[in-house]
Design a protein around this ligand. Structure first.
Ligand code: KG4
Ligand code: ZN
Length: 335
């Protein structure tokens, strides 16, 4: 079964063609980073316009790369939630149009569940249940995953997402957008113990997260308690690396500790990561270590499948289709 997947939930326009839920025939990802860079974050109106301008040519490109004709598509999958409403609407409308024109079923996919499925694109067999963490620019959510399609939320951020904290701290340090990859790189040269930034645990057994206090602590550290330093005092390169490493360590300590806590609480057979921040090298390293300690495997998608992409959408849609989970054309985009 050949499924065309569409993902436009945030600032990547992506279309993929995937066969039988595993075989990626094509996966085009058009990043809008250059459009949003000078604003230090995603501007929803700019994102929507860029999706609109590129979606049809990316659909053509994905079909071309896959060497599949439109008539050979068996179903169309699209992320309909969660994400920026205007951005989602463009993908959903494109998908519905294709379904009507081709007379094929529509499968509406949850963006976060698709991030978890990115692991199944590459790993033959994952033993369930797992604890799964989707950690991206918009979300930090822990799930108890009972299968590839069944995910029960256990906790989430009560303020900023982890990726958002990376992006904002990068802006404070003058490192540009998106912040995750650059902080990951620069932190390798810094001392993670140079500054003891706060770690917010929100209570002993809580599986919720909070990163806004940490972001503010970095801001005060760089600009002084009274924020009087106008603009940003130019920190020496060494200090930038130390602040980046110390901030990153604070985020990662909390993510790792909560994942291990949840794994113990629910006695699971593995941990799955997904979302842009899952690409973080320090997170992968520390979590690998800790999951070995408690004797369960850690699954991380390869770097290109961590960030937003449509292959994970078309892949998960195949599993949903097998379970009879097909949408009507009245399905809506939900923020
Ligand atoms: O999943 P994604 O592509 O889009 C959303 O659904 O948000 O994630 C993008 C986020 C951005 O905040 C970016 O800074 C972060 O993922 N990110 C990283 C790394 N690569 C991307 N954060 C930390 N370390 C990285 N290596
Ligand atoms: Zn995402």
């Amino acid at each position: 079964m050949v499924i065309l997947g569409i993902e436009t939930s945030c600032d990547e326009t992506s279309v993929a063609v995937v066969k039988n839920g595993r075989e990626i025939l094509s996966n085009i990802i058009l990043s809008q980073d250059t459009l949003h860079r000078r604003f230090g974050g995603v501007v929803p109106e700019i994102a929507c316009r860029a999706h609109l301008e590129s979606i049809t040519s990316i659909i053509d490109g994905a079909l071309g790369d896959a060497k599949v004709k439109l008539g050979e598509i068996d179903a169309v999958a699209v992320v309909n939630t969660p994400g920026l409403i205007g951005a989602l609407l463009i993908g959903v409308t494109a998908a519905k149009t294709l379904c009507v024109a081709l007379n094929v079923p529509l499968i509406a996919v949850n963006h976060l569940h698709a991030h978890i499925y990115a692991n199944s694109l590459e790993i033959d067999k994952i033993d369930y249940p797992t604890i799964s963490l989707v950690v991206s620019g918009g979300h930090t959510t822990i799930f108890l995953s009972e299968s590839e399609t069944k995910h029960i939320p256990l906790g989430a951020t009560i303020d900023d997402a982890a990726g958002e904290a990376f992006d904002k701290v990068s802006k404070i340090l003058g490192l540009g957008y998106p912040g995750g990859p650059v902080i990951d790189r620069i932190a390798r040269r810094g001392n993670p113990e140079a500054v003891m930034f706060p770690r917010s645990y929100l209570g002993k057994d809580s599986l919720d997260f909070s990163f806004s206090g940490l972001k503010t602590a970095v801001l005060y550290h760089c600009r002084g308690q009274d924020l009087k330093t106008t603009g940003l005092r130019k920190l020496p390169e060494r200090e930038v690396a130390d602040v980046a490493a110390s901030f990153q360590e604070a985020v990662i300590d909390v993510l790792v500790d909560k994942l291990i806590l949840a794994s113990r609480m629910y006695n699971v057979r593995g941990i799955q990561l997904g979302g842009g921040v899952a690409a973080n090298s320090r997170l992968r390293f520390k979590l690998e270590d800790k999951s070995k300690e408690i004797g369960i495997p850690l699954y991380c998608p390869s770097l290109r499948l961590c960030t937003d992409n449509a292959a994970m959408v078309a892949g998960l849609a195949y599993k949903m289709y097998l379970e009879g989970n097909v949408s009507g054309l009245d399905v809506e985009a939900v923020t």
